[in-house]
Design a binder for this molecule. Sequence first.
Ligand code: ADE
Length: 237
Amino acid sequence: MRIDIISSVPDLLASPLNESILKRAQEKGLVEIVVHNLHDYAHDRRKTTDDYPFGGEAGMVMKCEPVFELVEKLREERTYDEIIYTSPDGVRYDQHEANRLSTLGNIVILCGHYKGIDHRIREHLITREISIGDYVLTGGELAACIIADSVVRLIPGAIGDEASALTDSFQDNLLAPPVYTRPAEFRGWRVPDVLLSGDFARIARWQDEQAWERTERLRPDLLDDGNRNEAPKTPER
Ligand code: ADE
């Protein structure tokens, strides 16, 4: 998979994309993440990527020319499955969308900034607008990092334990069951006995029950999504 990220503040992306699991996934050749500095595609002396909005409103608007030039150059090199724009106006990002994106070959993520981007970019270039939540960030870079992180960890081989991505919270619309590690007792608080039993069928049943109980209590909205009438599912192990 290849992810091209377009930003006018590319330094904001460096650390989140180059540590830990994302770093290793790139080293293993599972994903190529390329960050492009939009200023490199602005041809005036000051490398301007934004301008005043028509109509006299406050704030600056990202210009068409650098974005079109860069995306068209990328498209000459390969085809893209989605050209994503990160914006609070977009569809709300969730695990289903992360799963879908992780199956694609090449995607572009254009980080929004300033007051917005010229609407012609949205109409004629962007294929998907994504919001990471109902709040406004100073720019789309953090949203792009969240999308890249959640997608890359789903690529087979990206995380050590292949099964663990499948048992994440939100896969199957269920929250994950609680997990514990050593010591078995800390300050008098004991790990549930079932987890120490060595009986893996019983442990799996307990984990399912916990997942359902926690989802009903903490995120009942997740169960409205067609999950409510299904029997608890034991993930394959
Ligand atoms: N840019 C600013 N706010 C955003 C949000 N909530 N999601 C995605 N991109 C954004």
